[in-house]
Structures are given as structure tokens and as C-alpha cells.
Ligand binder design. Structure first.
Ligand code: ZN
Length: 318
């Protein structure tokens, strides 16, 4: 995926009639698309395929994992420019991942793919300004110019407003795709201009990221002692919906470990004190929290409710 970081620069270098020897290998391109081809994203891909005929001006891809969002952004660019889906007329077209356009997009060498990359820090207003003259031009090589804003939560307010202005001007040859962990992290005016595709949340069987383990330990401590939780959640912006989803997953995982007796984490030990008869209630609590987060209830509130209920469950609430 490292290649995609160079896309913005590389694409202007590639030009419309780059020599054949510059064509990247199929392996290189397919590797870039691999996260988009993962099982579990079939539904997301088929929804994108259904949109490809009349692509929305702005598409948001939220949820899932970062590499899945990035992979699908490239896959979408390929879908809109692949030489072999153009004439196929299939109901559910997919990019061939073998033609020149697909290979170049996968390798980050496509003239009409522009990437603003928020993975490494703020996207500045200058980067958005540089883009604007380009939007008035026809695509150089493909059918659609695709402007991908990776992790659009990294847009500063000025940059976001400038993009919003671009979106208000007609640019029928350009499509925008923004990725983000969750739509709440974007200006509401930008969210409402676009079509949102939500990817499945990460698989609970995977190991927890370090930041989540840290919160899971804090939750274990609070479940034991009733201390050390609200100081964390009351810090503004400390818990976003994705982190909260992951903390709930950590709880579900720990509860499952408690049942199998395999749990060695602090949280599994803490939940080991939930009386047998109340395990279904704990299970239900986690499910309820997931639902609340998906319904966009404030993540800090959901976390506080979850911690309080877990404390009560382990301290003899009947
Ligand atoms: Zn193709």
C-alpha cells in the first residue's frame, strides 16, 4: 500500500501516453487491490458496481479497516476507468485488474487519479487549491477523474470548506471518494453532499490494537474498583465511535474468554466476577452498546453506561 502515497505526484508525471515499459506488473497492481478483494467486502463491491453506471459526485467509504478503505478507493477508481468493463454492459461490472488503466491505478501511476493522503497528517488548504484548476479539465487518459481523499478526517476546516466549494461547482468528469473511520469525523456539510458506503466493522477474532488494550485495562480496573474511568471518557474527543466499537469488541471477547476459561487478560479476569446467572445480561449489554454506537449515540455516553453496568454486574446487582 506504500505505493499509493506517491500517487498524487506520480500521476502528474505519468502523462497521458506513458511508454509501455512504465507499465507496472500485474502482481504489483493486484497487491494494491488485495484488501478490496477480501472476503467480507463482496457486498461493498457489489454496491459500488451498482453505482458505477451513474457514479455519485461524492462517495464516502466509512467503517472497516484502514487498508480496506484504501483498497476499495483504488478499486472504485479502477471500476470507473477499466477498459474491460466499459463495453461489457454487465449488470454487476468489476474492474478487470489487468488492463493498462487498472494496472496503473493499482500502482499509483494513473494520470486521472489524484490522491490527497490524510494518513500522515493534516491535508492542507494549498493541496486542495492546487487541485481546483484540474477539475475544470477533461480527464487526460481515463473516463473519469477520481479524486480520492484518504482519511478525510485529516482535512482542516479551511481545506474542507475549499473542497466543499469545488463540489458545488459543476465538474461532471470528476468523482470524489472520501474514506474515514466514521462519518461523524467529517464536517456534516461534506457528509450530507455524498453517498455513504459503510463497511463491516473489524473482525472480533483479530488481536486488539494497543490503544484498545489500554482502554480494556482501564475498563477492567473500573469494573473491579469503580475508579479511573470517567476521567478518561470525559476528555473531549478521547473516544470516537470506532474506538468505542473496538472497546465493546474487547469486552465481548473477554466475556467469551471467561466462558471458555482461557482468558488471561485483565478484562477477562474482571468479567470472571460476573455471576454465572448474569452472563447473558452482560452479553446483552455489549450488544446494546454496539447498536447504540451504530445508531450514532455519543460514544462517551455509551462507554460510561457500559462501564457502569459492568460494575453493577460484578458487584452483585441482582
Ligand atoms: Zn481493467
Amino acid at each position: 500500500m506504500a505505493e499509493t502515497k506517491k500517487v498524487a505526484k506520480a500521476s502528474s508525471r505519468a502523462g497521458s501516453a506513458a511508454a509501455d515499459e512504465a507499465l507496472p506488473s500485474r502482481e504489483e497492481a493486484v497487491a494494491a487491490f488485495s484488501s478490496a478483494l477480501a472476503p467480507g467486502l463482496e457486498r461493498a463491491r457489489s454496491r459500488l458496481s451498482a453505482l458505477a453506471d451513474r457514479p455519485p459526485q461524492l462517495l464516502h467509504v466509512e467503517g472497516g479497516e484502514l487498508n480496506e478503505r484504501v483498497g476499495l478507493a483504488l478499486w472504485w477508481a479502477a471500476l470507473l476507468n477499466c477498459a474491460n468493463t466499459e463495453e461489457a454492459g454487465a449488470l454487476q461490472p468489476e474492474p478487470c485488474l489487468a488492463c493498462s488503466a487498472c494496472l496503473r491505478i493499482g500502482a499509483g501511476l494513473f494520470a486521472d487519479l489524484v490522491i490527497l493522503d490524510g494518513r500522515e497528517g493534516n491535508i492542507k488548504i494549498d493541496q486542495v487549491r492546487e487541485l481546483r484548476p484540474l477539475l475544470g479539465e477533461a480527464p487526460r487518459f481515463g473516463r473519469k477523474r477520481v479524486v480520492v481523499v484518504l482519511e478525510a478526517q485529516a482535512l482542516g476546516v479551511e481545506a474542507a470548506n475549499s473542497l466543499l466549494k469545488s463540489l458545488e461547482e459543476p465538474c461532471p468528469d470528476s468523482c470524489f471518494l472520501f474514506t474515514m473511520p466514521q462519518r461523524e469525523r467529517l464536517l456534516p456539510t461534506l457528509v450530507s453532499r455524498g453517498w455513504v458506503l459503510t463497511l463491516p466493522w473489524p473482525d472480533p477474532s483479530r488481536p486488539l490494537p494497543e490503544s484498545v488494550r489500554d482502554w480494556a485495562s482501564a475498563l477492567a480496573e473500573f469494573t473491579d474498583s469503580g475508579r479511573g474511568w470517567f476521567e478518561r471518557t470525559s476528555v473531549k474527543g478521547a473516544v470516537d465511535a470506532v474506538l468505542a466499537q473496538n472497546i465493546v469488541l474487547a469486552g465481548q471477547k473477554a466475556l467469551a474468554e471467561r466462558l471458555t476459561g482461557k482468558g488471561s487478560s485483565g478484562l477477562a479476569r474482571a468479567l470472571g466476577r460476573v455471576p454465572e446467572s448474569l452472563v447473558p445480561a452482560a452479553d446483552e449489554l455489549f450488544a446494546m452498546c454496539q447498536e447504540a454506537l451504530q445508531a450514532q449515540v455519543n460514544p462517551s455516553l455509551v462507554m460510561d453506561r457500559m462501564a457502569t453496568e459492568l460494575y453493577l454486574l460484578t458487584h452483585g446487582r441482582s
